[in-house]
Design a protein around this ligand. Sequence first.
Ligand SMILES: Cc1ncc(COP(=O)(O)O)c(C=O)c1O
Length: 395
Amino acid sequence: MSILAATLTHLANNEAYHDLPYPPEMHDIANLDKSREAYDEISCWPGYAPTPLYQLDAIASEIGVAGIVYKDESQRFHLKSFKALGGAFAVARQLQQRILAETGETASIEDLLGKKHDAVVKNIVISCGTDGNHGRSVAWGCQMFGCDCVIYIHRDVSAGRKQAMEEFGANVIRVDGNYDDSVKQADMDASSHGRIIVSDTSYPGYMDIPRDVAIGYTVMLLEAVEQMQGAVPSHVFIQAGVGGLAASVCAYFWELWGDRRPRFIVVEPEQANCLQQSAASGKPVAVEGELETLMAGLSCGEVSLLAWEILEHGADDFVTLSEDAVAPCMRLLANNDPVIEAGESAVAGLAAAIVARENPDMALQLGLDESSLVFVIGTEGATDPELYRQLAKNQ
Ligand SMILES: Cc1ncc(COP(=O)(O)O)c(C=O)c1O
């Protein structure tokens, strides 16, 4: 009997460069040296600790793979998602650049934390559009380093998520429309009010700051590789919204492991599959409409251009996951030993791996068998506690 009944659609990437080394032109976007620098800075932030990496042995043996490793980002700082690493890191980088421009001094992370350049920093306003977790990271970074913050959310972002950003001192503005509309509104207002946009998605003319966000994410990969103690997974299933996370993981493992790198599978909700559709069209295409999904963090209709530059050739497969997998997979982890708190967007990669292995045709297409070692990231915990109780605990 299957442990997760759900549907996957699969697109093999005909443009994948699987057997080639990490392409030099991608070095400018992400590289291991930049990741190390980010690690050196982020590991100085108050409260830093590596998040756990779990072996999901019971689930692995039930579906018939050699192992599943699960990097649990529910415990990332007190923000409960991997996004804590990206937005706040890019905020720090922006403040350092502004301080250098205005004073000629290079501010260290200790200088920022110690508010050494308060006179400059307190006049800076950072802004972004978000569906929750990125905005929380940006708001937290602004509070930690002492600048102001204005966050734009769309109509479907829950009251709980809004409140979490306000608790970090952000002014939160709700716009009518979807995620992409909130990003556009933030951008327009930033131009008229002289704010700095720190976005997790990139588009023509706006590539540098999202690159810093993506480099921040790779800190969890540095940790994970150390925690895996030399093991190299055969498969990576990573959930995607705009693709920034997936691109970071893909680039990091590609440069690190070269042609030994795992098969890389991007997982999206059925209604918000902008990467899968872009791969099918051979160029970035936008998904219009409601982008309706329980997986709020993945509800994005437009790919990040930087992410596309890596995933266009770095991803091996693009799959979509049906909504009926989400709550059962959250419950599977809530009942795991040890208990794992996994929010709606956290489980997409794991759920897709389980569903794929339980479907013989799909398992064959993805090369999943009893020798496979699967790597997934539980990208968030209960970032919306009320929804988590309903879905994971049936309360
Ligand atoms: C919990 C969670 N997982 C995954 C993602 C996907 O990240 P990206 O939009 O970079 O693809 C997000 C994005 O907000 C998220 O909040």
